[in-house]
Write a protein that binds this ligand. Structure first.
Ligand code: ATP
Ligand code: MG
Length: 568
């Protein structure tokens, strides 16, 4: 490809709305352009990278027995009504009507469509197992589309679905896809980790997320330094020892805490440790009020709360709700609260003599013993794990890291097949529901995550497998006929030996071309200039290390090949 006739609109300035580096660099490197919030056009370089990622995914999916199809983006409401998700899915589902007033949605995922597809076709156990996948644009009306391709509204996803005749087969399919995902992310050249993910109320160890490790990740993952424990913080269980010793606690006493709001302020004012303060958080859980108690220095884990209460929707109470259930905002406490349900984090059971809010402005209670003075419904593990907690599996030391979720595999069971009556006949001629699994990869998010992990102050540093081109051939002064003709020769040679090469044949200053070269992050640069040519040489620059080699013109193509092979 010749740059002069290609379309790579690079920019000097960062786009005003970009917060994260991948968003800035994707726009500046001329890979994407925003159409509207969370919706992007992929320019030639962006598209090439997406195609390379997709190709690796395809090869590995097929190697592990999955078969590619392509399903529609527009889906009829009837299927979603059948599965029960037309109401359950919420506002991320973009719904609309056609000219006949029929309801449709733009597909955020394809469980309904695929279940509808196979229920017409799979009649016997002999047709199983079956694993179908597609690479297709999804639409989710995200509440906060941001970070460019990281959280878009329209984005490219690989979604796959497996169908088995029984539990055992479904577990095998799941493990098979787990292996496929490991190969995919390894081949893509990403530093990633597979972690156990939250499975909602279903439970079990049959959901894994594949996380690209990067500081800008929206997920926190917990990894043990001693054993193989690796889970999403949403799921990490906190192990607390059991209480031993005397419970000595003076009588409850109301104290004035003028204008002290935060845990820190109250602790300082009353001269107690922050671990002695109990925060009372009020939640609206499926429409009813619930209080949650947690130690002052801890964070509540809403996913754990949701799972423990088997709730659909969990949200912090509004100001009006707080005033109705407790009193002025900022002083809620478990003593005399107008709520039936009060849950406390397990850790709180291990101590006494706490400070709690008094449901009155500027007031707290000191010397609160939770069992003596309040009506706790239950103690549950409700908080986020921290680095000072032991590994729940081996007791070893854990570490928290940030990750970007690029893939998610999930064992579905018979949720969709039962709801949508996707049955087959087993060996005994009995009718049974298909046992399903689903497997997603955010293809466009992979591109963003890759850049979050691989960049410097000059631009992107693409790993070879995701790079839009493998090699950038830069002719320094295209008006110099020797430079021009030798560059043309190299261009043809590299192409003919299968190197994916972009030829910067533009009539521009060298400094300008070097800047663009580093910005778009192609792994190898071959620089053809008059001075080096006079010595019969050309320069090769490796983008990742900045290393420069002067090599004889004749050997350039073999050296590029060797560099390529070394990485692959
Ligand atoms: P998230 O928690 O990030 O919203 P999710 O759990 O909703 O993700 P899945 O339904 O499992 O995601 O979708 C499969 C994959 O699609 C995810 O692992 C992620 O890589 C990608 N993905 C999901 N939502 C988006 C989005 N808004 N923009 C880009 N990629 C996305
Ligand atoms: Mg989501």
């Amino acid at each position: 490809m010749r740059w002069s006739r290609y379309y790579i609109p690079t920019l000097k300035e960062d786009p005003a709305d970009a917060e994260v580096i991948s968003h800035k660099l994707l726009v500046r490197a001329g890979m994407i352009r925003k159409l509207t919030s969370g919706i992007y056009t992929y320019l030639p370089l962006g598209l090439r990278s997406l195609q390379k990622i997709s190709q690796i995914i395809r090869e590995e999916m097929e190697r592990f027995g999955a078969i590619e199809i392509l399903m529609p983006g527009v889906q009829p409401a009837e299927l979603w009504q059948e599965s029960g998700r037309w109401n359950a899915y919420g506002k991320e589902l973009l719904r609309f009507k056609d000219r006949h007033n029929r309801d449709y949605c733009l597909g955020p995922t394809h469980e309904e469509v695929i279940t509808d597809l196979v229920r017409g076709e799979i009649k016997s156990y002999r047709q199983l197992p079956l694993n179908l996948y597609q690479i297709q644009m999804k639409f989710r009306d995200e509440i906060r589309p941001r970070f460019g391709l990281m959280r878009g509204r329209e984005f490219l996803m690989k979604d796959g679905y497996s169908f088995d005749k029984d539990e055992e087969g479904a577990v095998r399919s799941y493990q098979n896809m787990y292996k496929a995902y490991q190969s995919i992310f390894k081949r893509l050249g990403l530093n990633y980790r597979a972690v156990e993910a939250d499975t909602g109320q279903i439970g079990g160890n049959f959901s894994h997320e594949f996380m690209v490790l990067a500081d800008t990740g929206e997920d926190t993952i917990v990894v043990c330094e001693q054993c193989d424990y690796a889970v999403n913080v949403e799921k990490a269980e906190v192990k607390v020892g059991s209480f031993s010793g005397e419970r000595a606690c003076p009588a409850l006493k109301k104290v004035i805490t003028p204008a002290r709001h935060t845990v820190k302020e109250v602790a300082e004012y009353l001269n107690v440790d922050e671990t002695k303060i109990v925060k009372t958080l009020l939640y609206n859980v499926d429409g009813r009020g619930v209080a949650v108690l947690i130690r002052g220095d801890r964070e509540l884990n809403e996913i754990k709360l949701k799972n423990k209460l088997r709730a659909g929707e969990v949200r912090l109470a509004s100001k009006a709700e707080v005033e109705q259930w407790s009193g002025p905002v900022g002083f809620s406490g478990p003593v005399g609260l107008k709520l039936e349900e009060i849950y406390a984090d397990l850790e709180l059971a291990n101590d006494t003599d706490y400070v709690v809010g008094a449901n009155e402005k500027d007031c707290h209670f000191m010397h609160c013993d939770l069992t003596r003075d309040t009506k706790i419904s239950a103690f549950y593990d409700l908080r986020n794990i921290t680095e000072t907690d032991p590994c729940p599996k081996c007791g070893g030391k854990i570490k928290l890291t940030k990750g970007i979720e690029v893939g998610h595999i999930f064992k579905l069971g018979t949720k969709y097949s039962e709801a949508m009556q996707a049955f087959f006949l087993d060996e005994q001629g009995r009718e049974r529901p298909l046992v399903m699994g689903c497997y997603g990869i955010g293809v466009s998010r992979v591109l963003a995550a890759c850049i979050e992990q691989n960049h410097d102050q000059y631009g992107i540093i693409f790993p070879l497998p995701i790079a839009p081109f493998e090699c950038l051939l830069i002719a320094l002064n295209v008006k110099d006929s020797e430079v021009r003709s030798r560059s043309e020769v190299l261009y043809e040679q590299l192409k003919s030996q299968g190197v994916d090469v972009l030829f910067d044949d533009r009539d521009e200053r060298p400094g300008f071309k070097f800047k663009d070269a580093d910005l778009i992050g192609v792994p190898f640069q071959v620089i053809v200039g008059a001075k080096t040519l006079a010595k019969g040489k050309v320069e090769i620059k490796i983008r990742k290390t900045g290393e420069k080699l002067e090599v004889p013109f004749e050997q350039c193509r073999t050296i590029i090949q060797e560099l390529k092979n070394k990485i692959n």
